[in-house]
Write a protein that binds this ligand. Structure first.
Ligand code: BTN
Length: 265
C-alpha cells in the first residue's frame, strides 16, 4: 500500500451529511476504532463523530471474537446518540447493514446479502461485519458505538486460514482495486440517510428493504443464544430487529444470537 492509498482528511471533501461524519478522525493504526470511539463517547463527544483507521491491532468482533484488520480493509466506528428505547438498539445493526450493502453496490456494483443480525455476505462468504456496543443510562440510551469492518482490497493471504476460509474481499470479487475513499464516503452518506429515516419513523420501509436483501429470511436457520438453541424457518424481523422463526410448535422470536443457515447453498 503506498501513501495514496491511505485515508486522510481529503477523503471527506464533498461529503455532505447531516449527522454521520460531522467530524472524522483518521488514524494510520489504532488498537480498535470502537475502543477509541467509546473513549470519546464517554468523554461526551457529539453525535456523528467517525473514527477511521487504516489498520487495527486489536479489532473487536461479535461474541468476544477479534476482527482481523490488515491494510487494505476499511475500519470505522461512529458514535450515535439516538433517542430510542434500549430494547430497540439492535435496529441500529440492521440499519447499518442495509446502508453498507447499498454503499457497496453503489461503489463497486456488486450485490451483497444480509445475514441476520449483521453480516454482509457474497455467495455465503463474509465481506463485512458490524459490531454495535451500547451504553445505557437508566431507561435511555446514552450512546451507541457502531463499528463497521469491510474486506476491501485485502486478500486471503492477509488473514489467518481460519478466517480466510469464510471471508472474501471486494477486490477478490471484482478483480479491481477499490477506491476506499469513495467507498468510505458512500458508507457514511448511506448510513446518514438510513439513520435519519429510522429516527423519523420510517422503520417499516427500512425493514422491508432489509428483508428483501436478506439471505436469512426464507431460510431454515439455527440460532444459538446464551441459553438456548432454536431451529426453524426465518420468516421476518419485527419492529425491534428480532428474528421471527416458524417452528413446529409455533412462532418463536429471538433478539440476539449466532445464526447458521441450514439449507444447502
Ligand atoms: C463481526 O464480528 O462480524 C463484527 C466485526 C466488526 C469489526 C469492526 S472493524 C471497525 C470496528 N472496530 C472494531 O474494533 N470492530 C469494528
Amino acid at each position: 500500500m503506498d501513501d495514496s492509498d491511505m485515508l486522510d482528511r481529503s477523503c471527506a471533501s464533498g461529503l455532505f451529511t447531516r449527522i454521520v461524519g460531522s467530524v472524522i478522525n483518521f488514524h494510520d493504526t489504532l488498537d480498535s476504532t470502537n475502543k477509541r470511539a467509546k473513549d470519546l463517547a464517554e468523554g461526551g463527544c457529539g453525535e456523528g463523530i467517525v473514527i477511521v483507521a487504516d489498520t487495527q491491532t486489536e479489532g473487536k468482533g461479535r461474541m468476544g471474537r477479534g476482527w482481523e484488520s490488515p491494510r487494505g480493509g476499511l475500519y470505522l466506528s461512529v458514535v450515535l446518540r439516538p433517542k430510542m428505547d434500549p430494547k430497540d438498539v439492535q435496529l441500529i445493526s440492521l440499519v447499518a447493514g442495509l446502508a453498507v450493502s447499498k454503499a457497496i453496490s453503489t461503489t463497486c456494483l456488486i450485490p451483497t446479502s444480509l445475514k441476520w443480525p449483521n453480516d454482509l455476505q457474497y455467495k455465503g462468504k463474509k465481506i463485512s461485519g458490524i459490531l454495535t456496543e451500547a451504553s445505557f443510562k437508566g431507561e435511555s440510551v446514552e450512546y451507541i458505538v457502531l463499528g463497521i469492518g469491510i474486506n476491501v482490497n485485502n486478500s486471503k493471504g492477509d488473514l489467518t486460514d481460519e478466517v480466510a476460509e469464510n471471508s472474501i474481499s471486494i477486490r477478490e470479487i471484482t478483480g479491481e482495486k477499490v477506491d476506499r475513499a469513495e467507498l468510505l464516503r458512500n458508507v457514511l452518506y448511506s448510513m446518514d440517510l438510513a439513520y435519519a429515516k429510522m429516527l423519523s419513523g420510517q422503520l417499516e420501509n427500512i425493514l422491508d428493504e432489509w428483508s428483501r436483501r436478506s439471505s436469512t429470511i426464507g431460510s431454515t436457520v439455527r440460532i444459538k443464544t446464551a441459553n438456548r438453541t432454536i431451529e426453524g424457518k426465518a420468516i421476518g424481523v419485527d419492529q425491534t430487529g428480532a428474528l421471527i422463526i416458524k417452528q413446529s410448535v409455533g412462532l418463536g422470536r429471538v433478539s440476539a444470537g449466532e445464526c447458521t443457515h441450514l439449507d444447502p447453498c
